[in-house]
Design a binder for this molecule. Structure first.
Ligand SMILES: [Zn+2]
Length: 262
């Protein structure tokens, strides 16, 4: 049960890195943004990109020992980097179909799946744009005890890409559960979230998107949309519940609120 919880709770969000920041640089030379060398990523899957460089450029890169950098995934920005507390900017709708934005979306999906996580926001890979991706699968959910996922109202859903999302709470109910973040490795904390939300925005083709989410999916949406405001879950957590993954199953400290739907 502990190992399962560990897995399930880290599915939250986040990470990746661009070889370069497309907007204004989120930071100067931050080491976390430096793509790892391919040999360190044996499981890396090369996905054809529309941005393939010419054969001669690729060969030149190889000659210089640079490798196929274009295919490298960005790293996840980790807590401690102030960029995680910067609000992100809207994507201009006319830019959504550009190679640049499509590549960012593709990278985000790959990074999220590789982590693995159930959600990722663009700032987590160093891109200050309002883009989130999320997905939960039967396989991921299967790692958690049934009674837990039932209580969390956690159900699988297909990949969602939302650009410029707007989130509205629905109803007045909330839920308290532990959650984690791909940018905050090794820790979890209890966060109170709305039980139901409505999310509108644009999909990766620029089409209007709207979904009514509840339960765990609503939590993921709130967690990812928070990243776009420069808010990390630790900014919202019940402070005395902050703990390492290894201690996840220990009782809550005296005075902490009870977990579950309120
Ligand atoms: Zn996160």
């Amino acid at each position: 049960m502990e190992s399962i919880q560990r897995l399930t709770h880290r599915f939250f969000s986040v990470p990746f890195l661009p070889k370069k920041c497309f907007l204004k640089p989120i930071s100067r030379t931050r080491p976390t943004f430096i793509p790892r060398k391919p040999e360190f990523r044996p499981s890396f899957i090369v996905v054809p990109s529309r941005n393939q460089s010419s054969g001669s450029a690729a060969r030149a890169g190889w000659f210089l020992g640079l490798g196929e950098k274009k295919n490298m995934l960005p790293d996840i920005v980790k807590a401690g980097d102030p960029v995680l507390h910067e609000p992100a900017q809207d994507v201009r709708p006319e830019e959504i179909m550009s190679d640049r934005i499509q590549k960012i979306v593709d990278d985000m999906i790959k990074v999220m799946r590789k982590a693995p996580g159930v959600g990722l926001a663009a700032p987590q890979i160093g891109i200050p744009l309002r883009i989130i991706v999320l997905e939960d699968t039967q396989e991921y959910i299967g790692y958690a005890p049934k009674e837990e996922t039932k209580e969390q109202d956690r159900r699988p859903f297909d990949l969602l890409v939302v650009i410029n999302p707007k989130l509205k709470k629905k109803g007045h109910r909330s839920a308290l559960f532990f959650e984690g973040c791909l940018s905050v490795d090794g820790f979890r904390a209890v966060v109170e979230r709305h039980l139901e939300v409505e999310v509108t925005g644009l999909d990766r083709y620029g089409q209007q998107f709207k979904v009514d989410a509840s339960g765990w999916q609503a939590r993921i949406f709130q967690h990812e949309c928070d990243h776009l405001e420069g808010t990390v879950y630790v900014d919202r957590m019940v402070p005395r519940t902050f703990r390492t993954v290894e201690n996840l199953d220990l009782p809550l400290a005296t005075g902490c609120p009870k977990l579950g739907v309120q």
